[in-house]
Write a protein that binds this ligand. Structure first.
Ligand code: PLP
Ligand code: COI
Length: 362
């Protein structure tokens, strides 16, 4: 598809942009443009545009507003040491968006079109990619149902795909300090057969009450347990979880297997490839809250961290539940978490070799 390009007549003044990029926070500021592409059952993907960032007009009966047929992705553009701009494994986000689309009965988007849309937006708004290591331009592709119809007997016939971009600093205002986590007994994120493996807005809408419960118990984040036995650890907040066992030459990594109720994270996948290269064997398996607590008590589990695009790595220092509470290691940022984080960031910012060709130049 060819994009119809309309540049804004009122770009953000350079001084204001510089002020934002110096301290972007997370998800609060947006660049000057956005991409939109329409889909209809009869025309397929059409009407691709790059246009000024601004409000989208929707019919009040648009299906997404009633039945939440929506999905999204998240990835970042990084400015490398030599000034060039890259994204990280964008085709993996495209493939995941299409798996989410299958689950939500939405149309798949050609992977090349998805990546073309990202590239066009980043190239147009390249001055918004921060130059500070650790900062980046967060890209948010998403798609939703626009058909004007309240019936629920069939999925929508029309959709809008959009990409917006937001300069991002640290996801957590306090940096990479260890977080405390709450074992939610009242809420689950995803049940077998449900939408847990899809990146669809409803999963996040359903998570706010659990997150609020965690905060009410003095914790930073919520740990999601399986919906059936309330025992098996799945994710933390909106991140995948990694458990480090042992230390030195005997270090190994365990992460909950993708059972269909977890989001298959791209950071998770990257860690599973990078850790063995650092001499750390990895295993995808099951871990219960009892095993987690016992492992910390015996010292077998030395570090635990959440991982995802936004925060990269978020160490877990303390775990709290209705009837139990324990600490992990010395409660600080452990050497294995730090090492894996450095390795991944090094690839993204071009200060380390990229053995798997993950970095995608814009
Ligand atoms: N789990 C959930 C529920 C998420 O929303 C995310 C973030 O997108 C992740 C895990 C991490 O995925 P990724 O590493 O692809 O960002
Ligand atoms: C992540 O990138 O790790 C996220 O969880 C994104 C979040 C804002 C939905």
């Amino acid at each position: 598809l060819d994009f119809d390009v309309t540049l804004t007549e009122r770009p953000t003044p350079a001084e204001e942009r510089a002020r934002i990029l110096a301290d972007p926070g997370w998800g609060q500021h947006f660049t000057d443009h956005m991409v939109t592409i329409r889909y209809s059952a009869d025309k397929g993907w059409h009407d691709a545009r790059l246009q000024p960032y601004g409000p989208i007009s929707l019919d009040p009966a648009s299906q997404v507003l009633h039945y939440a047929q929506e999905l999204f992705e998240g990835l970042k553009a990084y400015r490398q040491a030599d000034g060039s701009i890259v994204t990280f494994r964008p085709f993996m986000n495209a493939a995941r968006m299409n798996r989410s689309a299958q689950r939500m009965a939405m149309p798949e988007i050609p992977e090349r079109l998805f990546v073309d849309a990202l590239e066009l937006l980043v190239r147009t708004d390249k001055d918004w990619v921060p130059g500070t290591e650790g900062y980046s331009l967060y890209l948010r592709p998403y798609m939703f149902a626009t058909t004007k119809l309240l019936g629920v007997n069939q999925p929508a016939q029309e959709y809008l795909f959009v990409v917006i971009a937001s300069p991002s600093g640290n996801y957590y205002a306090r940096g990479i300090k260890p977080v405390s986590v709450w074992l939610s007994q009242d809420y689950t994120r995803a049940a077998p057969g449900g939408t847990g493996a899809a990146k669809t807005g409803g999963n996040y809408a359903a998570s706010f009450a659990g997150q609020a419960e965690a905060v009410a118990h003095g914790c930073d984040q919520v740990v999601w347990l399986d919906a059936v036995e309330h025992r098996w650890v799945e994710e933390v907040g909106s991140m995948n979880l990694m458990f480090v066992y042992g230390s030195g030459a005997d270090t190994r990594l365990l992460t909950p297997a993708l059972t269909g109720t977890l989001l298959p994270g791209i950071t998770r996948d990257s860690m599973l490839k990078l850790a063995p290269d650092l001499g750390i064997p990895v295993e995808e398996g099951k871990i219960s809250i009892e095993e987690w607590q016992a492992g910390c008590a015996s010292g077998a589990i030395t570090e635990v961290f959440g991982c995802g695009t936004a925060a990269i790595i978020s160490p877990v220092g303390h775990v709290k539940g209705a009837d139990r509470e324990w600490g992990i290691g010395d409660g600080g940022l452990g050497p294995v978490s730090m090492r894996l984080r450095e390795e991944l960031i090094g690839i993204q910012y071009g200060t380390r070799p990229d053995p798997y060709g993950w970095v995608h130049p814009i």
